[in-house]
Ligand binder design. Structure first.
Ligand code: PLP
Length: 398
């Protein structure tokens, strides 16, 4: 069977490959600590679990309207109106099966061959394949360590041209956990105002998992006038521990929400009906659970950063939200571990797994070699063990 070029170019998701590898190693008896996957370990919050069970009993087991259930769209619109102080209604909302599929629908609907999508690097590794499926060219904009890997207004302006269709902004960021400040967003907004042909997609899927404030600052907070050229993408996976429920959405112009919904009606039809119903009360009923999650994350983040901060040559970047720690390891490249020369951050990742049974993801996967991403979603005891393994590993390098 001759496969399509589109699919031949596709690499399977690294996150899912690593998850499989960690599970295999564990089942063979290896004491693997996985700091690789972007998924919190706890269960979905009790109120949502109960609402999900009820939803099945109530009969939310059928197709829903392709744009999403009206009651949920209303809730999402109300929440967005409050968060951004912009009046949105249900018609501004498009609901789908996870944020990843929202992104797929957006790029399929907006982009084609000849268009460019601007993506600051490092970036979440699923963005490039989703953009490639649309035929658009990816224009990767490297960011600077001294800016905590956030694109500046100058860098954005320099990279926009007449072909630029979409600018993709992710804050809180995966893999760096950096959060754009209101000032930084305002400066980006000024550039976007001068370039009305550019649509900005803001992926804020970690916006509740922040260590200061209720929400991470958003472009729509500081530039409400751009609302018709911003697609505010979000989802239930990370903030509400609902990765397997597959629920994501976007807030945008009514016209585009309709286009996306038509695309969805001819592909996956609609989002998971039970998940939509279960999520209706999430904003009201999960505040205490979220607070507890953030507190736990803060504790493990502090254990990890405290344990690693004195390793000579290791560069730690501030983890302001989500659950990632971004480490600079360039000073170890060229060193040797137990007789093997480490030529890249990928070599370091592989050696950590082989010799220390510690799984993390190298910067190469995020478009930025020389770094490692640690996902601190493990239990406190596992994080303490991980610290010891990392200290041993880096001090053994010669
Ligand atoms: N956006 C970012 C930045 C992510 O890190 C992830 C998952 O890792 C997603 C989107 C995907 O979210 P969902 O589970 O809603 O598809």
């Amino acid at each position: 069977m001759k496969l399509s070029q589109r699919v031949k170019n596709l690499k399977p998701s690294v996150g899912f490959e690593l998850l499989k590898m960690a599970q295999q190693m564990k089942s063979q008896g290896d004491d693997v600590i996985s700091l690789a996957i972007g998924e919190l370990q706890g269960k979905t919050y009790p109120a949502i679990r109960a609402a999900g069970q009820k939803a099945i009993e109530e009969g939310y087991t059928k197709y829903s309207p392709s744009a999403g259930q009206e009651a949920l769209r209303k809730k999402l619109a109300e929440q967005a109106s409050q968060q951004f102080s912009i009046p949105f209604s249900a018609e501004n909302v498009f609901v789908s099966n996870g944020c990843k599929y929202v992104l797929y629908v957006v790029f399929q609907s907006l982009c084609e061959t000849g268009d460019e999508v601007l993506l600051p690097a490092p970036y979440w590794m699923s963005y490039p394949p989703v953009i490639a499926f649309s035929g658009a060219d990816l224009k990767i904009v490297p960011t600077q360590a001294k800016q905590n890997f956030k694109i500046t207004a100058e860098e954005l302006e320099k990279n926009i041209n007449s072909k630029t269709k979409v600018f993709l902004l992710n804050s809180p960021n995966n893999p760096t956990s950096a959060i754009y400040t209101e000032e930084e967003l305002k400066a980006l907004g000024e550039v976007l105002r001068r370039n009305p042909h550019v649509m900005t997609l803001v992926d804020a899927i970690y916006d509740r998992l922040v260590f200061s404030g209720k929400y991470a600052p958003h472009l729509l907070n500081v530039c409400p006038d751009l609302k018709d050229r911003v697609l505010a993408v979000n989802g239930a996976s990370k903030n509400y521990l609902m990765t397997g429920w597959r629920l994501g959405w976007l807030i945008g112009s009514k016209e585009l929400a309709q286009v996306f919904s038509a695309f969805q009606s001819q592909t996956v039809s609609c989002a998971n009906s039970m998940a939509q119903r279960a999520f209706e009360q999430a904003f009201e009923q999960c505040e205490e659970d979220i607070k507890e999650t953030i507190q736990k994350l803060k504790t493990v983040r502090d254990i990890l950063t405290e344990g690693l901060k004195d390793i000579s040559g290791l560069k730690l970047f501030p983890s302001e939200g989500a659950f990632y720690l971004w480490l600079g390891v360039t000073s170890f490249i060229g060193k040797t571990h137990k007789g093997k020369r480490l030529n890249s951050s990928k070599d370091i990742m592989e050696k950590l797994l082989k010799d220390k049974k510690l799984l993390c993801i190298c910067g190469e996967e995020f478009g930025r070699p020389g770094y490692l991403r640690l996902s601190y979603v493990a239990e406190e005891s596992a994080i303490r063990k991980a610290v010891v393994r990392l200290q041993e590993f880096f001090s053994d390098l010669t």
